[in-house]
Ligand binder design. Structure first.
Ligand code: PMM
Length: 268
């Protein structure tokens, strides 16, 4: 069964939950609800990576995520920390996180790989070409899936050189990161090239702009959260059939239903 990572964003400016979970108690109860709905991992983040978002310092980020991670980990739930900062990653693992989710794959902070190696945590490595402020300027591909796979292979080599075994790696092609519109579909269509690299593969399409762009019409320009969640459930089910290990989503219940249907189709 494809695993579900439930998103717990502890940010005031996240495009997807609008800051509803800033408060620690609210973030923890949101996480517990996602767990009850079927999330295998809760992915806790304190810095928004949405296009054009301001960066926050590591100190603010840690004030947001550490109390939430501590409480969710104390419930025995596998927690991942979504961060670009080595210091936050190390502190989160001390607070109980078992996975470091770095959408930059080690490129944003030169100390990240050493911190992860030392921590013993698993390492989710994203495909990334720069901070969100200018990532669309770097969205140039001739063959998107092949180039993403090639760059992820470089990140795997760097991780190995830092002492992180391939069995600890999770690869993520970084949907929406330095990829515009149709380039995201090119990557999803070529997922087998990324799966062929060997490590577990994670995909995050949840509520992303390329889904809204696909659904938008002249009459209905503003694609609602519910419609984005439905599109997410469908892409997650298709990614599951393509062989990914896990999908990272906001709407765990809807995605769990979609995965159950996809697995039933396969007789699983
Ligand atoms: N996308 C976002 C944040 N973190 N982590 C991984 N591994 N993969 C992703 O695609 C990804 C991520 C985008 O922001 P959101 O948390 O508001 O969806």
């Amino acid at each position: 069964m494809t695993r579900i990572w439930g998103i717990v964003n502890v940010t005031p400016d996240s495009f997807s939950d609008g800051g509803r979970y800033l408060d620690v108690d609210a973030a923890v109860s949101h996480g517990l609800r996602l767990r009850a709905e079927g999330a295998s991992v809760l992915d806790v983040g304190g810095e928004s990576t949405r296009p054009g978002a301001e960066r926050v310092g590591a100190e603010v980020e840690q004030q947001r995520v550490l109390p939430v991670i501590e409480r969710l980990a104390a419930e025995g739930i596998p927690v991942s920390v979504d961060t670009l900062n080595a210091a936050t990653a190390a502190a989160a693992v001390r607070a109980g996180a078992r996975i470091v989710n770095d959408v930059s794959g080690g490129l944003a902070d030169p100390d990240m790989r050493a911190a992860v190696a030392e921590s013993g945590a698993d390492y989710a490595v994203g495909h990334w070409r720069g901070f969100s402020s200018d990532m669309y300027a770097r969205a140039e591909y001739r063959r998107a899936a092949r180039e993403v796979a090639g760059e992820l292979q470089e990140r795997m080599g760097e991780a190995a050189a830092s002492g992180i075994a391939p069995s600890r790696l999770i690869l993520d092609p970084g949907i929406g990161f330095a990829k515009a519109g149709a380039q995201n579909w090119d990557v999803l269509r070529g997922l087998d090239e990324i799966i062929a690299l060997g490590p577990r593969v994670l995909i995050g399409t949840s509520r992303k702009r390329f889904l809204a762009e696909t659904l938008r019409t002249a009459e209905d320009d503003d694609v609602s959260e519910g419609r984005r969640d439905l599109a997410t459930a469908i892409t997650s089910a298709l990614a599951a059939r393509a062989g990914v290990w896990a999908v990272r989503v906001h709407d765990v219940a809807g995605t769990r239903d979609a995965l159950s249907i996809a697995h039933a189709w396969d007789g699983a």
